[in-house]
Ligand binder design. Structure first.
Ligand code: IDP
Ligand code: MG
Length: 139
């Protein structure tokens, strides 16, 4: 059993893709054990993406992530981290495999619809960044 953090980014929410993304998650068999809509301010987005603070795209990315509401979710299941990343597709939608969320819906390397944790340690940090223990249900 593994947990991962998923985000439907501001472009995904604005383009009314919440239902589509949730449908794919449920179809895949991952369980949603926490979910809420929030809007980050710039400093909260900077905290979330702190690992990327030295990247040239950091300022643009954190501006984008604080530009509108996002849906944050905890997904649970066997190999949840890699399964969710497989469903998302490569960071650059042009390199993403057919049938992935980013291949089907992303418009830009930055505006790529969804986020997913990349390892158990980052998943633990990212889940704790948004959810306390009471907000995560056992399903
Ligand atoms: P990931 O979301 O697939 O894990 P990361 O390398 O962790 O990709 O980058 C975090 C986010 O930063 C990406 O999802 C994308 O929104 C943005 N990003 C990554 N690389 C670039 C880039 O080269 N230019 C602009 N934005 C980028
Ligand atoms: Mg990443």
């Amino acid at each position: 059993m593994q947990k991962t953090l998923a985000i439907i980014k501001p472009d995904g929410v604005a383009r009314k893709l919440i239902g589509e993304v949730v449908k794919r998650i449920e179809k895949n068999g991952l369980r949603i054990s926490a979910m809420k809509m929030i809007r980050m301010n710039k400093s909260q987005a900077r905290g979330f993406y702190a690992v990327h603070r030295d990247k040239p795209f950091f300022d643009s990315l954190t501006g984008f992530m604080s530009s509108g509401p996002v849906v944050v979710m905890v997904l649970e299941g066997q190999d949840a981290i890699s399964r969710w990343r497989e469903m998302m597709g490569a960071t650059n939608y042009k390199e993403a495999a057919e049938g992935t969320i980013r291949r089907d819906f992303a418009t830009d390397i930055e505006k790529n619809v969804v986020h997913g944790s990349d390892a158990p340690e980052t998943a633990a940090f990212e889940i704790g960044y948004f959810f306390n223990a009471f907000e995560q249900v056992s399903v």
